[in-house]
Design a protein around this ligand. Structure first.
Ligand code: 1ZZ
Length: 553
């Protein structure tokens, strides 16, 4: 019997339920019994290769049976899996090689598991094996479970690799809280296109359904981009009921939808679409619902949620069957520690991300760490069962703060200071933005997310835009990066940019396509690009704003 609650399913694996992997345009089905057998053999192979309890094993695999079986095989061997993004989620080979080197340095793994020909340059002098080789080695694993279930790696907004050490109890608590929140039962099936190496894809859409042995449909992110209809068919034809994605996924579906063949699809069983990881605009929820409602989609399936890898994954989420709500906020009037202003002419609706999940508590504090009343803006602080232990150095948790220049996330006396700003209303959390990506002007705090949303409203495509805010030699400075802007959207952005010049030195830059650095989950690495801007290292051409009212003279 497995004492580790994440592994109990392996004692009695189902021969009926399982995972379908999208491979070369077709679904390949593995039952949980098949996967448990494969994982057991991999665990034996790891033991034969000399991997000991609590040692780390780096896993670099595509979304597929090798990834899932290795993940569980490492845990069965009593070691700690460190899933790492595959190379094609990175912009180029150099960046990827640097990312891998940093991970190897932080995790100090005993072994790396990766498919042949997946990774070009791996600077690691220990053993490297494929999942198949390990499964064929014929050893026997005898491990009591490891103290940690997982090292989660993110490249964060500063571009530095951060490894978060997640204890077994924290991961089990978050998986249980998510299943309770979503009332996951026998008939539920999950579908996901998210990368499987990291939080929403790994914990929300893999560990959670696997722990309950629910049917699961998994696609690579690239397959979703190429053929979003095959993902929608999981809900509209195959009966999937749950999923999660960042708002840009909804936006992508909306953009491609008019060209998608949705005839015959029925979305009425789809009961949980969790949206999180980034600022959620009401507009995208509205457009998504408007397009899918005629095929039976219920708006109440949209569940805004907030979380972060440092708390394992999910912290708050809208209750089932509740409609998403929003509150009006005036971005230019946000003062940390003060009540949120909700009048004026440039109001922006901020979407509620629900209440704390089972076992979690959320508070909002001022700059001195003092808890604020409801509807006051401050830093979001999280306590509870699923907090991770801390960032990792030399394979062990340090419990210390992120030491990057924008390092605002830290563990402090059992509480996680998230570095995110927001407020509570009726216990529901409203997230405003990252404190490290904000700018103070005359006592008010303007967030990069607000400027970006205003530009998107004006007609600039979100995925070709990023706003960096900070202080440089010229004082408060806003840098707007536009990837190869057309004259039309440069013109559309003009009024918003001119308003920004009233608050800060404003620089608008034309940058090459796909040059906005993003994390593997699609978030812009604002701090990394800010550092490059300040060092004069951005490949960019300045676009001059036409002179007009409000322009800095
Ligand atoms: P990460 C069945 N952020 O993004 C599936 N949420 O972690 C259940 N900003 O460490 C799935 N508004 O990469 C449950 N709503 O980044 C999923 O991202 C619950 O700045 C959502 O500090 C989990 C998201 C996990 C995630 C964390 C950072 C945060 C914050 C930002 C996350 C947000 C949001 C605005 C939200």
């Amino acid at each position: 019997m497995n004492a580790n609650p994440l592994l109990t399913w392996i004692d009695e694996p189902s021969a009926r339920q399982g995972i379908r992997f999208r491979q070369d345009g077709a679904w390949e089905r593995w039952t949980y019994a098949d996967l448990a057998g494969f994982a057991g053999k991999i665990a034996g192979g790891l033991a034969a290769a000399g991997v000991r309890h609590d040692e780390r094993v780096v896993i670099i695999e595509r979304t597929g049976p090798d990834f899932v079986a290795t993940l569980y095989g490492v845990m069965l061997a009593g070691a700690i899996p460190c899933p790492v993004a595959p190379p094609y989620l990175f912009q180029n080979a150099d960046l990827y090689a640097r990312h891998l080197r940093a991970i190897i340095d932080v995790a100090r793994p005993a072994l790396v598991v990766t498919a042949a020909n997946l990774v070009e340059r791996l600077e690691f002098d220990g053993p490297v094996h494929t999942a198949t080789e390990l499964a064929a080695a014929g050893g026997r694993a005898d491990g009591p479970p490891a103290g940690a279930a997982l090292l989660q790696f993110t490249s964060g907004s500063s571009g530095r690799v951060k490894g978060v050490r997640v204890p077994v109890a924290a991961l089990a608590a978050n998986v249980a809280a998510i299943s309770t929140w979503l009332e996951m039962d026998e008939g539920d099936a999950t579908a996901s296109w998210l990368p499987v190496h990291h939080d929403m894809g790994l914990i929300g859409c893999l560990f959670t359904p696997v722990s309950r042995q629910r049917d699961l449909w998994l696609l690579e992110p690239a397959e979703f981009i190429r053929d979003p209809a095959s993902y929608l068919a999981c809900f509209g034809e195959h009966g999937a009921t749950m999923t999660a994605m960042p708002p840009f996924g909804l936006e992508y579906i909306v953009r491609r939808l008019s060209a998608l063949p949705l005839t015959g699809m029925d979305f009425s069983r789809w009961r949980a679409l969790i949206v999180g990881a980034e600022r959620i605009d009401v507009d995208v929820l509205d457009r998504f619902t408007a397009l899918l409602a005629p095929a039976g989609f219920d708006r109440r399936a949209l569940l805004p949620a907030y979380g972060l890898a440092e708390a394992t994954l999910a912290v708050t989420g809208l209750a089932l069957r509740e409609e998403p709500t929003s509150l009006p906020v005036v971005p230019q009037e946000v003062r940390l520690g003060s009540p949120v202003a909700d009048g004026g002419d440039t109001v922006r609706p901020v979407v509620g991300c629900g209440r704390a999940l089972d076992g979690m508590r959320v508070a909002v504090v001022d700059e001195d760490g003092v808890e604020l009343p409801e509807r006051h803006v401050g830093q979001i602080v999280v306590r509870g069962a699923s907090l991770a232990e801390g960032y990792v150095r030399d394979g062990a948790a340090t419990g210390r703060a992120d030491d990057s220049p924008a390092g605002l996330t830290e563990w402090h006396e059992g509480a996680l200071h998230t570095g995110d700003a927001g407020f509570l209303d009726g216990g529901q959390l409203f997230v405003i933005g990252r404190l490290g990506d904000a700018m103070k002007v005359r006592g008010r705090t303007l967030f990069a997310e607000d400027v970006e949303s205003a530009l998107v409203d004006a007609g600039v495509p979100r995925l070709r835009l990023t706003v960096l805010l900070g202080s440089s030699a010229g004082g408060a400075t806003g840098v707007v990066l536009l990837e190869r802007p057309t004259p039309e959207w440069a013109a559309a952005a003009e009024a918003t940019l001119r308003r920004m010049t009233e608050h800060a030195t404003t620089v608008v830059l034309d940058v090459p396509r796909r040059s906005i650095a993003r994390t593997t989950s699609g978030k812009p690495k604002r701090r990394e690009m800010w550092a490059a801007y300040v060092a004069g290292k951005l490949d960019a051409r300045e676009i001059l704003l036409p002179a007009g009212p409000g322009q800095n003279e």
